[in-house]
Design a protein around this ligand. Sequence first.
Ligand code: OAD
Ligand code: ZN
Length: 384
Amino acid sequence: MSANSPPGSSDDTEPTDRAVPPNLIESLGARIRDLDVDSIRHYLAQKLGFYEPSEPTSPVEQVLEEVSLEGIVKWIKSEKCKNIITLSGAGISTAAGIPDFRSPETGLYHNLQKYNLPEPQAIFEINFFRENPKPFFTLAKELYPGSFKPTLSHYFIKLLCDKGLLLRHYTQNIDTLERVAGLPEEKIVEAHGTFYTSHCLDCKKEYSLDYVKEIIFRDEIPICTNCPGIIKPDIVFFGESLPDRFQRCLQQDFQRCDMLIIMGSSLEVQPFASLIDMVPEWCPRLLINREKAGVRSPLLQLWGLSGGGLQLDEESTRDVARLGDCDEGCQDLAQRLGWGEELQALVAREHARLEREGHITTVHTPISNIEIGSAGSSTAEHKL
Ligand code: OAD
Ligand code: ZN
């Protein structure tokens, strides 16, 4: 039997009636010898729940003239590219002074150890919050919207919108900098929620940003005026569902997408990370990030399985990575598109306006200087 054999076939040399092997390893070996690669692939796909591609009826069309940043630029400039979706994570806001989550040394999760959290992500876990909301509120004070200016990357997304090319911007960020950058509300999906509104965990009474902010900035825990429940900003914690709008928009957007741009995310958190696989199979995908992220598992590929993900090797027909800082990558892309000066002018004009209106950038207090308490419990990833 060989790797190219059709499912279920076996070589003449292979014994069909085998005696019971004396030990488990031999037994497993024998069973594997009795299978072929396709059967194993099928078995793994079923057991592990991975996507098993059906036999392609026709090859997927390659729309990029060349699989490179220049190829992406030509595609965006072409008549055929009309509906760009952008996906973002904390990496588009680090240049504004807001830490991301997983970067070594500077990431939020790496700077919480000394506060005795059972694990760094506990600060965003709903069960932990119910028991001990203090760490979250202490941190929330630092991250509260209103103190930071959008970065060049935010204004690049705004420019895509102004040019009529942006179908939607999906963000995992809770810093609201897309709004501050002037992106219209209907273009934004805040997949992990927002600080704009808050609700009592128990009776669900709604509270405004200003009401909650005032209490948090007095270093107090906001408690409902109706009942003894804690008031929690409407950001999505681990163990909570994503907003309905996320589900509604993704159903209408992703099959229409003809260019996906992913910026500043490790693509580690589900279900957001899976959005990259919801665009059509031919749709070009550009990653602008300091490091490769969301890359297809080579092990699964070896078995002919697609666990989904970006293909950032020489075999790629549509995925391109522009590694480096997001702002640098967006400026580079804008330059190549002929929008370089326009983007610079937009940033300068908008930053000047925000400064005039008192939207001052505060100096960020390192997270390690914040005093927070402890307690414990944990749950898993976000769910739909
Ligand atoms: P992560 O911290 O996981 O990933 C940020 C990514 O951006 C990393 O790959 C960094 O290398 C990269 N990066 C950082 N600064 C950059 C810069 N200036 N230019 C380019 N790349 C840069 O953040 P997210 O992917 O957003 O959920 O994390 C996803 C979710 O995990 C968050 O929404 C949060 C967290 O748990 C919440 O529940 C609040
Ligand atoms: Zn209440």
